[in-house]
Design a protein around this ligand. Sequence first.
Ligand SMILES: C[S@@+](CC[C@H](N)C(=O)[O-])C[C@H]1O[C@@H](n2cnc3c(N)ncnc32)[C@H](O)[C@@H]1O
Length: 314
Amino acid sequence: MQLSRPYMSAREQNTTKSRALAEPQSALPPGLFVKYQSLIYREAGIWLGTHKEALLSGRLAKRLRLLGIESMAEYYKLVTHPDQQHERSVLIDCITTNETHFFRESRHFDFLVSDVIPKLQQQASSGTRSKQIRVWSAGCSSGEEPYSLAMMLQSFLPAEDGWDVEILGTDISTRVLERAREGLYPIAKSQEIPTKYLREFMLRGQGESAALMKVDAKLQKHVRFARLNLHADHYPISGEFDLIFCRNVLIYFDQSSKEKVVAGLLRHLSPAGLLFVGHAENLNGMAHDLKSIVPTIYTRASNVVPDKKSRAHE
Ligand SMILES: C[S@@+](CC[C@H](N)C(=O)[O-])C[C@H]1O[C@@H](n2cnc3c(N)ncnc32)[C@H](O)[C@@H]1O
């Protein structure tokens, strides 16, 4: 790919739609949808409502064609065979919704600038914390979220000042993780990125690659990707994170999967860490030791200092 620097904006381009889906096919035989529903739930914790039947057969149609399989019943036999773990991952890949944007839900990024980053800087200068920051984007899709976090944190907490920012992006879908690792995006997505970050962290394609932009290696080296099923009993990662973003993921789970996933995330949240969820999600009514500090941003309840008003009533 031919790349140029610095980045030149391309506002005239329209935002590309997320991947086109295959046309839905006819309904599944009675009872078969329920079997797929439980299989997907067991594998990924994703609960497909009955209204998703056409979506399921539509999305699997291409896979069936590729394998030369004629019916959804035959595919079910294949995908439930004990040796077919890979095919079960492909099935999950087919049904996940991966829509995402750079700097999605900007209020969270504003909060990082107004609250989180100044606090980190102040704590580091008073010696009450190190300059190492660990951030986890859980359900990162094709990488826009972890790269947005990396751009912002690298700008405010640069390595030249001794900061060591590590970002982990995980997802259950290997298809989106490949795209995330590549760091190659349609140039129309440049509209989602503030100009100062575009210029600093994105390279614009030239010639045949003129419709693309690529994340600069100097940013990419701070972001690592791994496949991780949030519905699993244990996560193959170690240590704790200062910030966990799990946004627009819990929405696909039922209450019991949500509880399980939040418990899993909390095992990796540092004592003073923050958990960010999507704006359409909330963790109210969960059995966990969590308090929201502003809507959609949570910390451990033990980490919240009561304000003066509530202390007056103690
Ligand atoms: C709509 S995207 C959200 C991406 C990003 N967090 C954002 O807010 O823009 C949801 C992502 O969650 C992932 N996902 C769904 N179920 C999952 C599971 N059980 N474990 C890990 N990731 C999962 C999907 O593959 C998808 O990429």
